[in-house]
Design a protein around this ligand. Structure first.
Ligand code: GDP
Ligand code: MN
Length: 377
């Protein structure tokens, strides 16, 4: 999976005639000011952190500037920050546009349907996960005819667009489909797609390229920005650690239990953000290391769901308690533990000593962590 940074996605948009605001990338405050002074970026402008995580708008990683000095200080304020565990090394500067409406358009690969699906919503600009299902339209795409005129008209209708705006939308959808197909993407997402006067502009770009087609696209081989810096560190330490967009940290053992735990949290309205598979480790130091890595992703709450086998409950509890003591008080988060299996009693005792109660029931414990994550929001 190659996730492209927004600016790379927008470069692709440029090649496929998908309209986007004029802009460029900067790696320092001076470069940002220069981009404005040279006229590459019109004023007022937007300065956006180039990280793979979403939610930048809400998280202060998208700023506005009206002068080149402001563009410089906005860039300097963002560069070097750690946003959801990713260091910001680049900012994208673009002319700021007056948004009339924010729409949502994506084409994704629906693995269960074995087809691409066009997902659209008139409620753009917010995470699609938070949009009510009634406001989302899904049209599966038969790859042979491709994205049909009928399917495209349906989107225009649902968006309430007519005349020149509908024409722009039609062309845009054709081009998004072309990009999806030719680049072997598994996701092309534009959120928001802004209505600006009679036209449309892609204000954000999220493009993921399918790994299985890598041999057809040597040009993506050297783009190594698909792993977050924390995932990179984890890989070096041989810790199975994955970062998603949500806010709940999950620590489990074994791929099966880990995946099932993510599903259970989703079921109860939670939003898992980072997960750690302790696998078959029997070294409390390793657990401590893994846990501290998770802490750096700043989860709102953490769910520890362990079934003790080779990984004994007391090993995990020991590593965890040690790690908790190393996390600075200001960066602590609520933790819900559920440990069962091998050496369960010892594990529970160790946790209790550190003021952590193990909740044996899966439903109760999952609900508790979801509530804790929401409460801390
Ligand atoms: P994300 O939060 O990480 O998905 O970042 P986005 O690129 O989607 O930007 C977040 C929000 O910033 C958008 O939904 C817009 O509301 C706002 N934004 C981005 N570019 C512009 C712009 O050119 N003009 C205005 N008015 N708002 C913008
Ligand atoms: Mn966005």
């Amino acid at each position: 999976m190659v996730k492209l940074a927004e600016w790379r996605g927008k470069e692709l948009f440029g090649r496929y005639d998908i309209p986007r605001p004029r802009g460029t990338v900067a790696r320092s405050g001076a470069e940002a000011a220069e981009a404005v002074d040279s006229g590459k970026v019109p004023l007022p402008c937007v300065v956006k952190a180039q990280v793979l995580a979403g939610g930048r708008g809400k998280g202060g990683a998208v700023r506005f500037a009206t002068t080149s000095a402001e563009a410089r200080s906005a860039a300097e304020a963002i560069l070097g920050l750690e946003f959801k565990g990713e260091r910001v090394n680049e900012v994208l500067l673009e002319g700021k546009v007056a948004i009339a409406r924010e729409l949502y358009v994506s084409i994704a690969l629906d693995r269960s349907a074995r087809l691409p699906v066009l997902i659209t919503s008139p409620d753009g600009g917010v995470e699609i996960e938070s949009v009510p299902d009634e406001a989302i339209d899904r049209q599966w795409i038969d790859p042979f005819p491709g994205l049909t005129a009928y399917a495209r008209r349906r989107v225009a209708q649902r968006f309430g667009l007519s005349g020149p705006a509908a024409k722009s939308l039609d062309a845009l959808l054709v081009n998004v489909w072309r990009l999806f197909e030719r680049e072997d993407a598994e996701l092309v997402e534009i959120n928001p797609l802004a209505v600006v006067g009679d036209g449309l502009l892609a204000l954000d770009a999220k493009v993921i390229i399918e790994d299985d087609a890598a041999f057809r696209h040597p040009e993506y081989a050297e783009i190594r920005d698909d792993r977050t810096p924390l995932e990179e560190i984890a890989r070096e330490k041989e810790i199975a650690f994955v970062q998603l967009d949500g806010n709940i940290g999950v620590i489990a053992n074994g791929a099966g239990l880990t995946m099932a735990t993510l599903d259970v949290l989703k079921e109860f309205g939670g939003d898992p953000g980072v997960f750690l598979d302790l696998g078959g480790t029997d070294d409390p130091k390793k657990v401590t290391e893994a846990f501290l890595l998770m802490a750096r992703a700043h989860p709102r709450a953490v769910f520890l769901n362990i079934f003790g086998g080779v990984t004994r409950c007391d090993t995990v509890a020991r590593g965890l308690v040690e790690a908790m003591q190393q996390v600075p008080a200001t960066e602590r988060f609520p933790l819900v533990a559920r440990i069962r299996g091998n050496n369960e009693k010892e594990g529970i005792e160790i946790l209790r000593g550190a003021g952590i109660t193990s909740v044996p029931d899966l439903k109760t414990s999952a609900q508790a962590v979801v509530a804790a994550a929401k409460g801390a929001a």
